[in-house]
Write a protein that binds this ligand. Structure first.
Ligand SMILES: [Mg+2]
Length: 274
């Protein structure tokens, strides 16, 4: 078999959302999680980022985190597997810029059109990233300019706000058009048939093929994380104002005692020791 980037066997992987989970919901700092991040590296436990962010944004955070593991972008729109990560080729993947890419999402332009159609049909005003300038994205998301530029480079998922209070019938119109919607920390998102859960299932199968049974520890804080948290062996719900709602959806999930990277740190250290 060809060599893998993992020198030893992998028994456990940690799969994590970014905003409000590993990154502070407001400052985007992961400083409080550094002890657990160091422990994961020491134990050679892969850390798979699984987020609504774009590939360009995740590449920025991977370099900040010195992370080289596979990652999931745009709410499950694609799985990016670095070349030579596994000792075999990734079935059904396209080879692109050093990655095997498993594409699961619907093309962005189709989603932008569907959102406009759903808004018209429902008579609700919405505002998608497509319509926003970089400066407006900064204002709405508190992202610095360089990251707002990366956030606009979308391929499989359109974040949006509903401008008319309570005009949720736009969400039903999205479903009638055969698309799906989810809710992240700040925005609603329209997407095709892809999801974080399905993307994780595809990636987990590769780890299992390479290493046999692998325990999946998952961390998330939002409604868009419920699917992959439910699919995990150890679901960890990072504390937020939505924690009670999440706990009802993922009854076996443990809610961390603190929000954001503080809660992440404590929960991951405990999961490594378990
Ligand atoms: Mg989040």
């Amino acid at each position: 078999m060809a060599p893998s980037t993992y020198p030893g066997s992998v028994k456990k992987i940690v799969v994590s959302d970014l905003d409000g989970t590993l990154l502070d919901g407001r400052t985007y700092s992961f400083q409080a999680a550094e002890p657990a991040l160091r422990a994961l590296k020491k134990e050679q436990i892969p850390l798979v980022l699984c987020t609504s962010k774009t590939r360009a944004e995740v590449e920025y955070w991977r370099s900040q985190l010195e992370n080289t593991d596979p990652f999931i972008v745009e709410n499950g729109g694609a799985v990016y597997v670095p070349r030579d990560c596994f000792p075999f080729g990734v079935p059904g993947a396209a080879s692109r810029e050093g990655y095997a890419v498993i594409e699961l999402g619907t093309p962005y332009q189709e989603l932008v059109s569907a959102l406009a159609g759903a808004a018209r049909e429902a008579g609700c005003r919405v505002l998608g990233f497509h319509d926003l300038s970089v400066a407006e994205i900064c204002l709405r998301s508190h992202l610095p300019v360089n990251q707002a530029v990366l956030a606009k480079q979308r391929e499989y998922d359109e974040p949006f706000e509903i401008l008319d209070d309570g005009c949720y019938r736009v969400l039903e119109a999205i479903e009638r058009m055969g698309k799906r919607w989810t809710r992240g920390d700040r925005f609603y998102h329209i997407l095709g048939n892809s999801s974080k859960a399905e993307a994780l299932k595809r990636l987990a199968a590769l780890y299992q093929q390479a290493f046999g049974e692998v325990q999946i520890v998952a961390l998330g804080d939002g409604w868009n994380d419920v699917g992959f948290l439910k699919a995990a062996d150890v679901p960890l719900l990072v504390r937020s104002p939505f924690a009670a709602v999440l706990k009802r959806a993922v009854p076996n999930g443990q809610v961390t005692s603190a929000p954001g990277p503080h809660g992440w740190n404590e929960a991951v250290l405990a999961a490594i020791a378990a």
